[in-house]
Design a protein around this ligand. Structure first.
Ligand code: ATP
Length: 257
């Protein structure tokens, strides 16, 4: 069987802020159905890369193809249609504070041609899929813990039954038990829904627990991609230190338990 086309295909991406070049000639393929972890030192442009793919940052050069559509040359209508095929969960959940959790999850569904009751039921379904208690739908973001806010952000990202979800540091700020639960949730959702997950993370436990592949950002590009085991064989100072450091050893030991 031929390998499936990449669901996301980046070629020659350049991002620059003033004289600071963040990405230069960056290429990346994300395969359909995989959970891809994006790692790299602080400031290597992981979040900028995520923002570039979802259209919040316009690159100075390069092409971004999602689901076979080159976004920068596509018509606005085509771009809009592709945008509905993905969901994004930002670090703090990025919820509207004046709306309840259910209303937040309903926001992406507002343009859909469905009645209020169906919209509400769909929102409740995504809330429960994200592991939140049923009553959480009536709460405001300020009434939730950080971990629950992240789950609410995930529920909103899942609102339109996306093909792809983008997660920016989903386990940052969670305690180890909450982080491990979140990893399991991502793994389950990806398996059950065939979701492609693009996850920016610093969390070696997450990489070990739920990523099929890892892409390392360094030297302004995707330096290397591969499995956790393959990363441990890479001869590059940052990659070596990261995947052989004490935290990597702890993550491997936890996974082996
Ligand atoms: N809107 C912006 N204007 C100017 N510089 C920016 C902007 N957004 C990002 N940068 C710069 O681009 C670089 C990459 O930022 P980015 O947030 O993507 O890094 P990161 O790899 O996600 O880092 P971290 O792991 O610390 O979150 C940083 O030096 C940052 O200051």
């Amino acid at each position: 069987m031929n390998a499936p086309d990449p669901i996301i295909r980046l070629r020659g991406i350049r991002n620059q802020f003033g004289s600071q070049v963040v990405h230069d000639n960056l290429d990346l393929d994300v395969k359909r159905g995989e959970v891809l972890g994006i790692v790299g030192g602080s400031g290597t442009g992981k979040s900028v890369l995520l923002r570039t793919i979802v259209g919040l940052q316009t690159p100075a050069a390069g092409t971004i193809e999602v689901l076979g559509v080159e976004l920068n040359s596509a018509s606005e209508a085509k771009r809009q249609a592709i945008r509905k095929r993905w969901g994004v969960m930002f670090q703090d959940g990025a919820l509207f504070s004046s709306l309840t959790v259910r209303e937040n999850v309903e926001v992406p569904l507002r343009d859909a041609d469905i009645d209020d009751e169906t919209r509400r039921a769909l929102a409740d379904l995504k809330i429960s899929m994200s592991g939140l208690p049923y009553l959480a739908g009536d709460k405001y973001p300020s009434e939730l813990s950080g971990g629950m806010r992240k789950r609410a952000g995930l529920a909103r990202a899942l609102a339109l039954d996306p093909d792809i979800v983008f997660l920016d540091e989903p386990t940052a700020g969670l305690d180890p038990i909450g982080a491990a639960e979140f990893d399991r949730l991502i793994e389950r959702l990806s398996d059950a829904l065939g979701l492609t997950v693009f996850m920016v993370t610093h969390d070696l436990d997450s990489l070990q627990a739920c990523c099929d592949r890892i892409a390392v950002l360094a030297e302004k590009k995707v330096l290397v991609t591969g499995t956790m085991a393959e990363m441990r064989e890479v001869d590059h100072p940052w990659v070596h230190d990261y995947f052989h450091g004490p935290r990597a050893r702890a993550a491997l030991a936890t996974a082996a338990e």
